[in-house]
Design a protein around this ligand. Structure first.
Ligand code: NDP
Length: 281
């Protein structure tokens, strides 16, 4: 039976370290968070961020904008936060309304305040192995893998999902560790090749958003399985991997919920504290 790869345990260690680092700063770090509208998952994420920030001595300033805010108004708002020297980091919660171009907003945030690591300059630095701000989910997955003690050098790692926030940055971070990385996506599934890739994965990371996409019997014996997916099924939250059968074959597996999720906010706070340290030095 697999051991559970729980985000909370790693997150607690990161938060403990952050508490000390925050105390050693001249001023409390300030995180500016922009929430457009009232999407329930964004609202829940904001609450979690605010609660963790306050437990670490971080000042969390929430700016709530109406659902019908125009793109130009949002741009002006971000520019004001860029110019405000008291603000160390900025996060724009997603999803944004249809009329707003997320990429345009990401490009606008000053790279040194981009604690989500979505500015093209930060993504470019990651390509050269010089990233200071790495997207929180990809970074959280690397922390989870690291906590198992695995050496990724030469390992067969299969990532399912190639989004800008998870699959693509994660593939670059894994390459830096000299893993042999395969990225699967919709075309892999359509070509009927998903199972064969999953079956040879020594490390499997799935970030799609489809309950039961990965069958438990596809998991290689002794594999490490990180299930990023969050799906609501019959009033329960489940991942993309069939947990019960996968857990019988894997060496390590993330629970859903309780795997990657609790770690992402801790990593966001670490990015903020690092930004504040650099800005205050
Ligand atoms: P996206 O919708 O942006 O990406 C999903 C990816 O899955 C796409 O690359 C898509 O490919 C691919 N895909 C879709 N269908 C298939 C299929 N049948 N076979 C293989 N690949 C497929 O989602 P995100 O990356 O933002 O999130 C993925 C999941 O992770 C969601 O459930 C989300 O809620 C969860 N998540 C959890 C986080 C956490 O902290 N725990 C943080 C971020 C996300 P294509 O685009 O080509 O269709």
């Amino acid at each position: 039976m697999a051991k559970l790869l729980e985000g909370r345990i790693v997150a607690d260690k990161i938060k403990e370290d952050l508490r000390f680092r925050v105390q050693s700063l001249k001023q409390s770090p300030v995180l500016a968070s922009i929430l457009v509208g009232d999407n329930p998952s964004a609202v829940a994420y904001v609450k979690a961020q605010a609660q963790i920030a306050s437990s670490l001595g971080i000042i969390y300033k929430l700016h709530q904008l109406a659902e019908n805010v125009s793109e130009d108004e949002l741009i002006d708002f971000v520019l004001k936060l860029n110019a405000d020297v008291s603000v160390n980091g900025i996060i724009v919660q997603i999803p944004l309304p249809q009329n707003i171009d997320y990429l345009k907003i990401c490009e606008l945030i000053q790279p040194h305040k981009d604690i989500e690591g979505m500015h093209p300059a930060n993504i470019g630095k990651m390509l050269f192995g010089q990233a200071r701000m790495v997207t929180c989910t990809a970074n959280a997955i690397m922390e989870l893998l690291n906590s198992t003690g695995i050496d990724l050098y030469g390992k067969e790692v299969v990532v399912v999902g190639h989004s800008e926030i998870v699959g693509k940055p994660l593939a670059m971070l894994l390459l830096e560790k000299f893993a042999t990385v395969t990225i699967c996506h919709i075309a892999t599934s359509k070509a009927g090749k998903l199972q064969e890739h999953v079956e040879r994965a020594e490390v499997l990371i799935v970030a799609v958003g489809q309950a039961g996409l990965i069958k438990g019997e596809w998991i290689k014996t002794g594999a490490i399985v990180v299930d990023v997916g969050i799906n609501r099924l019959n009033d329960k939250i489940v991942g993309d991997v069939e947990f019960a059968t996968a857990a019988k074959r894997a060496a390590w597996i993330t629970p859903v919920p309780g795997g990657v999720g609790p770690l992402t906010v801790a990593i966001l706070m670490r990015n903020l504290v690092e930004a504040a340290c650099a800005q205050q030095s």
